[in-house]
Write a protein that binds this ligand. Structure first.
Ligand SMILES: NC(=O)C1=CN([C@@H]2O[C@H](COP(=O)(O)OP(=O)(O)OC[C@H]3O[C@@H](n4cnc5c(N)ncnc54)[C@H](O)[C@@H]3O)[C@@H](O)[C@H]2O)C=CC1
Ligand SMILES: O=C(O)C(=O)COP(=O)(O)O
Length: 528
């Protein structure tokens, strides 16, 4: 099996070496494509690797019918339509830790350039003017830096700013007073931070909730002569409001690495001498570029080979040590869901998955996704996967619940999946037997013991003499070889089930003949 990978933004050559080294990965580097050209060729690729330039729109994702993974060689994923990727079962990965230092260092470089007007002085002297009186700066020492967004980069900026003897006050919805104290920063609300800062820097992602977070109202609350920095994402600061605040001298200076529209060569802010700018260079260092490319390359390889990744964006990330505990159950959960999908002929309304025994103290969300994937796979084929399973369930108005119980009914671990349909409930339970692998141990209320694989015929019938022989004869006549057979019943002479493992899928006409037998209530042919 070989994969085609398109790299549509410039990535570091050394960083993508792990991909280039692979004989089974065909790497196509095309960094000058127009949007139309990209739309035309995207269906040829299994993976797409981008930085911030390529706009990975819904249209592009929907045209990428073979896409399995999108790798963002950097942090911000606001150029990728994550909902569209999730709905189409495409995993998105990024490189969250790879450019933190570079972005933090760039922020510090911008802050020092801003405070000492270095870009303006540079431009003046380069044009052969010696204007010492024009560029009076301000010290950072003793000033207050207000940080909005104290994540990876924000925290590194805080650490460096303290090195400049600045007072740091920060707001982040996840920041507690205790955590702030540990980090040696003052904890503040958003308002407190913007009101206290002599310098204010934003380090949030661009989200609906952070769009124009720094707007005209926020500028009004700031100190007169405040300095503003944005090395995070264009759009967090309302550029029109910033323009007005600079012109009115409310803002003494601003340093911008990012813009609402990039490339930003026509941006009115470029006209203002108080505004210093760089063309989105926060991550543009040798080290960061190598690191981001290495990280996404590894995730693309690992995903295409094993189906797992280190840095998922549209799937919760599961720590390695937890993953190694639950991975053996992935297959079981998926097969149980799949088995159940053959028992239910009505519209599924709800799924209840219970985990017991050893599974009570592990993270089970990935197992739930696998179970739902198995359950819905008959309807969505290969287009359902871990990424979109829960989304597709939600779209079908299926409520998915998971719970944990201590009672594993004598097994060391047990997964029980119950589905509710308009006509009633069905359930199936399975376990991993030490050294023996996966087993289905219960179907509805009947006990069984069968490996969850191959062709299974599951028959609901009446418990009466002769049924088993009759069935055996009939299947023999239709050339169906029975590998194993199990029976269980509710009461003597009452409802009963028969579970047959057969060598191949049963033909439609055999099924029809079986269904016509008067002792038989229903037959399900199951292919796992
Ligand atoms: N200029 C450049 O080249 C680069 C820019 N970036 C940008 O920096 C952003 C931040 O990167 P990281 O620190 O690695 O991400 P992160 O996820 O570690 O930190 C973001 C923080 O923002 C906080 N946050 C979210 N909404 C908020 C709000 N309304 N108010 C205050 N805080 C809020 C989050 O709780 C989180 O702690 C990225 O999303 C990216 O857009 C990242 C790297 C390079
Ligand atoms: O990592 C990020 O979020 C960045 O903004 C860096 O963008 P780039 O990869 O340099 O286009």
């Amino acid at each position: 099996m070989s994969y085609k990978i398109l790299i549509s933004d410039p990535l570091n050559d050394d960083g993508i070496q792990p991909l280039l080294d692979r004989d089974d990965m065909l790497i196509d580097i095309q960094t000058d494509l127009t949007d139309e050209q990209l739309l035309e060729i995207i269906s040829n690729y299994d993976a797409l690797l981008v930085r911030s330039q390529t706009q990975v729109t819904r249209e592009l994702i929907e045209k990428g019918v073979n896409l399995k993974i999108i790798g963002r060689a950097g942090v911000g994923v606001d150029n990728i339509d994550l909902d569209a990727a999730t709905e189409n079962g495409i995993i998105v990965v990024n490189a969250p830790n790879a450019n933190t230092n570079s972005a933090a260092e760039h922020t510090m470089a911008m802050m020092m350039s801003l405070s000492r007007k270095i870009p303006q002085a540079y431009a003046s002297l380069k044009s052969k003017r010696w204007e010492r009186g024009k560029f009076l700066g301000t010290e950072l020492k003793g000033k207050t830096l207000g940080i909005v967004g104290l994540g990876r980069i924000g925290a590194e900026v805080a650490f460096r700013a303290k090195g400049q003897r600045m007072n740091v006050i920060a707001f982040d919805p996840f920041l507690t007073e205790e955590k702030a104290e540990q980090m040696g920063v003052q904890y503040g609300t958003f308002e407190e931070v913007i009101q206290a800062g002599d310098f204010i820097t934003v380090h949030t992602p661009l989200l609906k909730s952070t769009k124009h977070l720094i707007n005209a109202d926020a500028f009004k609350q700031m100190k007169d002569g405040v300095h503003i920095l944005n090395c995070a994402r264009g759009g967090i600061i309302d550029e029109e409001a910033l323009y007005d605040a600079v012109v009115s001298k409310k803002v003494a200076g601003a340093a911008l690495d990012v813009f609402e529209e990039e490339p930003a060569t026509d941006n009115p802010l470029l006209e203002l001498p108080e505004v210093i700018v760089t063309p989105h260079l926060g991550a543009s260092t040798v080290e960061a570029q190598e690191n981001v490319a290495v990280d996404v390359s590894h995730d693309v390889i690992q995903f295409l080979e094993e189906g797992s990744v280190q840095n998922p964006v549209n799937l919760p990330s599961v720590p390695k040590e937890i993953l190694s505990k639950i991975e053996p159950y992935f297959h079981l959960a998926e097969k149980l869901g799949r088995f159940l999908s053959y028992l239910t002929e009505d519209v599924i309304r709800g799924v209840n998955i219970s985990y017991s025994g050893d599974l009570t103290d592990v993270e089970v969300a990935p197992l739930t996704r696998n179970a739902v994937r198995g359950l819905l796979r008959r309807y969505h084929g290969i287009h359902i996967n871990d990424v979109n399973a829960l989304y597709l369930a939600e779209r079908k108005d299926i409520t998915v619940n998971e719970n944990k119980t201590m009672n594993a009914k004598g097994f060391t671990n047990l997964i029980n999946i119950e589905v509710t349909t308009d006509s009633g409930k069905h359930q199936v339970a399975g376990t991993l037997l030490n050294g023996l692998g996966a087993r289905i141990v219960k179907v509805d209320h009947y006990r069984v013991d069968v490996t969850p694989e191959g062709h299974i015929v599951f028959i609901y019938h009446n418990d009466q003499p002769g049924v088993i022989g009759k069935m055996g004869n009939l299947l023999g006549e239709h050339d169906v070889n029975i590998a194993t057979m199990q029976v269980d019943r509710a009461d003597v002479g009452g409802d009963a089930v028969m579970l047959l493992k057969v060598d191949k899928d049963m033909k439609e006409d055999t099924l029809t003949v079986l269904e016509q037998l008067e002792e038989i209530k229903a037959v399900r042919t199951i292919n796992l």
